[in-house]
Design a protein around this ligand. Structure first.
Ligand code: PSU
Ligand code: MN
Length: 310
C-alpha cells in the first residue's frame, strides 16, 4: 500500500489509513528535530508535538528522507535515528532528487516538507517559523525556498510567522509578490516569531479553525498553492522584541564575520541566538511550535468536517 501512490513515497500504514478515511492529519518537518535541538531534548519535544496533535483529534505525520525514500510518518526507530544521528543533511526541495538518487538521509525543511506532504495528499502542516528573505539579502541574495514552495504546493503552513532572524518586511513583500495568502490567526499583525507583534499589518484574519478551513478550501478551489497561517506565540512565552532584536543583530554580524552562507545560515543563527539568550530563544521556539501543532490539528479537523459537507 505504501508505495502505490508514487514510486519514491513511503506512507506509513497509520497515515495511509487516515487518508483513506479522510481523517485529519498534520504534517511535521524534521529539520527541527535533526538540526534545531540536541538529543534527547529533540526526541522528547517531537513526541510532545505528536501528543498534542493526537489530543486535538488529528494524526501526526513526520516527514523525512531515509535511505532515499520520501517518508510520510515515521516508526519509533526512524524517529530515534533522526534525533540521534549527526549525519542527517538539511534537505530543501532541490536536495530531494540528489538524496533519492543516492539513497541518502535528509531532514526536511518547510519547503521540502510541503512538497512531500502535497505528494501524499496532506494539506495541513505545523512548524515553528518559515524561512524567508534574510537580512542583507540585497547583497547576498539569500531567500529561502520556503517562499517559492508556498507559492506552489497546496499546503497550509501553521507558523508563528517567519523566523525573526530574517528581514520580516521584505519576507512579507515577497509573499505578496508570490500571491501567497497570509492569514493572521486571532491577530492583525504579522507575528515576529519570538514576540507577538512586528508592526507589519496583515490583510487577512481568522479567529476560529472553521474560518481557517473555509479560507483554505476557497484557496484550493480558486487556484492552488500554499497558505501561510500566522499564529502568534502565546503571551506568557514571548521574548520582548527589543531584547531579542539586540541578540539577533549580534548573531547576524557574527555570521557575516564567520563567512557563513547558504543553507548553514539559519541553523547557525538559531544556535548562536540560543547561546546569546542562555536558552531562552529555544524555550520560546518550543512553546510556539506546540501552540502551532494544536491550532494545526484543530484546523485539520475543521477541514475534514468541511470536506464531508461537500
Ligand atoms: N530550525 C532549525 N534549523 C533550520 C530550520 C529550522 O533549527 O535550519 C529550518 C526550517 O526547516 C526552515 C529552514 O524551513 O530552516 C529555512 O532554511 P533556509 O533559509 O536555508 O531555506
Ligand atoms: Mn538560504
Amino acid at each position: 500500500m505504501s508505495s502505490v501512490m508514487h514510486p519514491d513515497l513511503d506512507i506509513a500504514p497509520e497515515i495511509a489509513k487516515a487518508l483513506a478515511e479522510r481523517r485529519a492529519i498534520v504534517a511535521l518537518e524534521s529539520t527541527i528535530i535533526a538540526h534545531g535541538m540536541s538529543y534527547p531534548d529533540n526526541l522528547r519535544i517531537a513526541r510532545e508535538i505528536e501528543a498534542i496533535i493526537r489530543k486535538a483529534g488529528a494524526i501526526p505525520a513526520t516527514i523525512a528522507i531515509l535511505n532515499g525514500r520520501l517518508k510520510v510518518g515515521l516508526t519509533e526507530a526512524e524517529l530515534q535515528h533522526l534525533a540521534r544521528s549527526h549525519e542527517i543533511a538539511k534537505a530543501s526541495v532541490r536536495d530531494l532528487p540528489v538524496l533519492v538518487a543516492a539513497g541518502g538521509d535528509g531532514a526536511t525543511t518547510v519547503a521540502s516538507t510541503m512538497r512531500i506532504a502535497a505528494m501524499a495528499g496532506l494539506r495541513i502542516f505545523a512548524t515553528g517559523g518559515i524561512g524567508g528573505v534574510h537580512r542583507g539579502a540585497e547583497l547576498s541574495g539569500d531567500v529561502s525556498a520556503d517562499l517559492t514552495e508556498l507559492a506552489r504546493s497546496p499546503v497550509a503552513v501553521v507558523s508563528a510567522g517567519a523566523k525573526a532572524i530574517l528581514d520580516l518586511p521584505r519576507t512579507l513583500e515577497m509573499l505578496e509578490t508570490l500571491s501567497v495568502p497570509v492569514i493572521g490567526y486571532g491577530c492583525d499583525e504579522f507575528p515576529a516569531f519570538y514576540s507577538r507583534s512586528s508592526g507589519l499589518r496583515l490583510t487577512a484574519r481568522a479567529d476560529t479553525p472553521g474560518q481557517l478551513a473555509r479560507m483554505l478550501a476557497a484557496r484550493w478551489r480558486l487556484d492552488g498553492g500554499g497558505v501561510l497561517i500566522a499564529n502568534p506565540i502565546p503571551t506568557p512565552d514571548e521574548i520582548p522584541a527589543a531584547l531579542i532584536e539586540t541578540q539577533i543583530r549580534g548573531a547576524v554580524s557574527r555570521a557575516a564575520a564567520d563567512g557563513v552562507a547558504g543553507k548553514d545560515v539559519t541553523p547557525y543563527l538559531l544556535a548562536r541566538l540560543r547561546d546569546l539568550t542562555a536558552g531562552a530563544s529555544q524555550r520560546a521556539n518550543v512553546a510556539l511550535v506546540l501552540n502551532n501543532a494544536r491550532i494545526a490539528a484543530q484546523t485539520a479537523v475543521a477541514l475534514a468536517a468541511h470536506g464531508q459537507q461537500h
